[in-house]
Design a protein around this ligand. Structure first.
Ligand code: FAD
Length: 625
């Protein structure tokens, strides 16, 4: 069969997508593929299948083979297990994205918001054997050729995020960089005009189309400083533990390649080394791990007295927060301390120890207090308001904070992500009552903190989201449904069956609505890219207030009609009056908003403005193709 030219072009961009190693690079090449193929991740149920039929290069096909094998696992019921479930995930860290992939494979509609727009963590994650297998079955090796080559069992957090992001996008997860979750927005009250509007999120920037997305499940995977209310946390306070991480530039020379790594296990048995290190340098460590990855990465736990003696900490304080406060830490001394520890522990074999840069462009060295570690007391809850239920789950570091030197973060994090997906599956199946779903989830959560590479089921090839395939000695009935009542807030657990049916009926309608405004914004941004020094399009309201954006749109297609470059953004009334009149006269587009609406400091009403802008889209669309 002949390959369409746009499919051919998209296949070429797909190669770039496979190689891309930044958040932005991945997002923009993926967008280009969608644009070339005129595809959108919605409707999510068919996205991956359609993509597969359009992208048929051998590279693409070898990835599809991997993903297909995974997608046909019986738990997903061919993507029908959660086909009516809409999920918002807070956080595009490894665990948020991992959870997103599972829910998408179950057929759910998944939207991820990530407040950062760059993946910049050099630090390295230790991978348990199961995790290496898990990632390989998701095509990690195809997406990052060097993935766990030979005996390597670690990966930088940044690379892990890149791999997860690519898989997530391909299976139809929508990811929005630079969008922060702020709060939940209650559904509209019964009897109100839009009483069918369900749970939504307040996000920043406030007018991002994600704020229109309605969801039935919320997953908090926003890292250890979890933002979701309603989850109490247990504190594990141990003896003072201060960890230092440091990343040095890896120039990939032969000399660097020959330096031996120090694994977490090795360091425990080498007490003599720590004694000698202390005697020679005054650096007193409890452990040190060294991984050679994109950087030379070191993580160590240092004893307080040595940090004080070496001038890293200026004053001694009982309170770890004061002890590690910015004012009490000498950054230069910290850098020297980390450098010396790295140098001696690698037997002076690393030729140059120049710091790599962190997210802020500074030398990548940091000191953290692990004296107190937190774990959520429970992993899930349900809220019901105005006849709409919301299932809320935590995953990753939000659920269980890891101790970095032992590198358990992602290993337990992925287990938690899969457990959350399993719960969503049970929730969507309708065969269990909400309290039964919560009871099962909490029973599984009991085991998470006890998992170690040795204690989990060794048959990795059998792993699925079904917890029985992963945990040994699981008692899914450890908790009884009646014990879960405290995790059910508002309404009655028994009440909602009819309401759910109604929500499903309007679901289709709403998905369309959300999709449309999302597409509209994207189209407008693209159209006005050439005017970006005059106007920035961030939303469907405030960005349009001055009239300059609308003028730009008109100028692009009919430059003779408008004196665009002479316009003054501060003359809101004058600009809009002129544009409304011109658009009606020249294109027959009736103004749906008034000059007074535009003058409102909060900007015009979003729905009205979206409708007005849609008329421009309809009018200019043909010319823009
Ligand atoms: P994270 O990786 O922390 O991801 C959470 C994501 O949520 C982040 O990308 C964050 O930007 C985003 N987010 C937060 N709030 C919001 C919001 N309101 N709206 C939208 N997005 C939000 N582990 C190790 O084993 N070794 C290490 O050396 C190590 N170093 C680390 C260094 C740092 C700075 C951090 C934060 C974590 C480190 N970890 C380390 C932990 C490890 O990264 C995690 O265990 C692992 O990434 C899995 O975490 P996660 O996906 O649950 O959370």
């Amino acid at each position: 069969s002949t390959v369409l030219p746009e499919d051919e072009a998209a296949s070429q961009v797909f190669d770039e997508f496979m190689l891309a190693n930044t958040f932005q690079g991945i997002m923009s090449s993926f967008q280009q593929i969608c644009d070339l193929l005129h595809m959108h991740p919605q409707p999510h149920q068919v996205f991956y299948q359609q993509l597969k039929t359009r992208l048929t290069s051998w590279k693409a096909q070898s990835l599809w083979t991997k993903l297909d094998k995974r997608a046909f696992s019986k738990e997903y019921q061919k993507g029908k297990a959660c086909s009516n479930t809409r999920v918002l995930i807070i956080g595009g860290g490894p665990c948020g994205l991992r959870a997103g992939i599972e829910v998408a494979l179950l057929g759910g509609q998944v939207v991820v918001v990530e407040k950062r727009d760059r993946f910049s963590r050099n630090n390295v994650l230790h991978l348990w054997p199961y995790l290496i297998h898990d990632l390989k079955t998701l095509g990690a090796k195809k997406l990052f050729g060097k993935f766990c080559a030979g005996s390597i069992d670690h990966i930088s957090i940044r690379t892990m995020q890149c791999i997860m992001l690519k898989v997530a996008l391909l299976v139809g997860v929508e990811v929005h960089p630079g969008v922060a979750f702020e709060d939940l927005v209650d559904p509209s009250p019964e009897g109100a005009e839009h009483s069918w509007i369900g749970w939504r999120a307040k996000v920043s920037p406030a007018d991002h189309p994600v704020s229109l997305f309605e969801f039935d499940v919320l997953i908090g995977a926003d890292g250890k400083r979890n933002t979701l209310a309603g989850f109490t946390r247990k504190e594990f306070r141990g003896k003072l533990a201060i960890a230092i991480t440091a990343n040095f530039i890896n120039r990939n020379t032969q000399m660097e390649a020959s330096v031996e790594e120090i694994s977490g296990v090795a360091c425990i048995f080498n007490q003599r080394f720590f004694k000698e290190l202390n005697e020679k340098t005054g650096i007193d460590l409890e452990n040190i791990v060294y991984y050679k990855d994109e950087t030379h990465y070191f993580v160590m736990t240092a004893k307080k007295h040595s940090l004080l003696n070496k001038g890293v900490m200026l004053q001694d304080h009982e309170d770890p927060e004061r002890l590690l406060s910015r004012e009490n830490v000498n950054q230069e001394a910290l850098m020297s301390y980390a450098c010396e520890a790295a140098d001696v522990s690698t037997n002076h074999q690393l030729p140059k120890l120049d710091f790599a840069h962190n997210h802020y462009g500074q030398p990548d060295v940091a000191m953290f207090d692990f004296t107190s570690m937190f774990a959520a007391e429970h992993s899930s809850r349900v809220m019901e308001r105005n006849g709409h239920r919301l299932l809320i789950a935590l995953a990753g570091d939000s659920l269980l904070e890891p101790f970095w030197p032992t590198g358990s973060g992602c290993a337990r994090g992925f287990f938690g992500a899969m457990d959350a997906a399993w719960m969503i599956r049970s929730w969507a199946s309708g065969t269990l009552t909400p309290l039964e779903v919560l009871a099962e989830r909490e029973s599984i959560y009991q085991l998470l903190s006890q998992t170690t590479p040795e204690s989990v089921n060794k048959k990795f090839t059998m792993y699925t989201i079904d917890p029985n395939t992963r945990y040994k000695n699981l008692d899914s009935n450890f908790f009884k449904p009646h014990q879960m009542k405290r995790y059910y807030e508002g309404g009655t657990p028994e009440s909602l069956a009819q309401m759910r049916t109604m929500v499903l009926i309007v679901l289709q309608l709403h998905t369309e609505c959300y999709r449309d405004s999302h597409n509209l914004l994207r189209w407008l941004q693209k159209e006005l890219e050439c005017y970006r020094s005059q106007v920035q399009i961030l939303d469907l309201t405030l960005s349009w207030r001055s009239g300059i954006a609308l003028a730009g749109l008109i100028h692009k297609y009919r430059p003779e009609l408008i004196n665009f470059f002479q316009m003054d953004a501060s003359k809101i009334a004058e600009n809009n009056e002129m544009i409304f009149e011109l658009a009606q006269r020249e294109f027959g587009i009736k103004p749906l908003v008034t000059v007074a609406d535009m003058e409102n400091p909060d900007g015009p009403d979003k729905t009205l403005m979206a409708s007005y802008l849609t008329s421009f889209y309809e009018y200019f669309r043909k010319e823009s193709i």
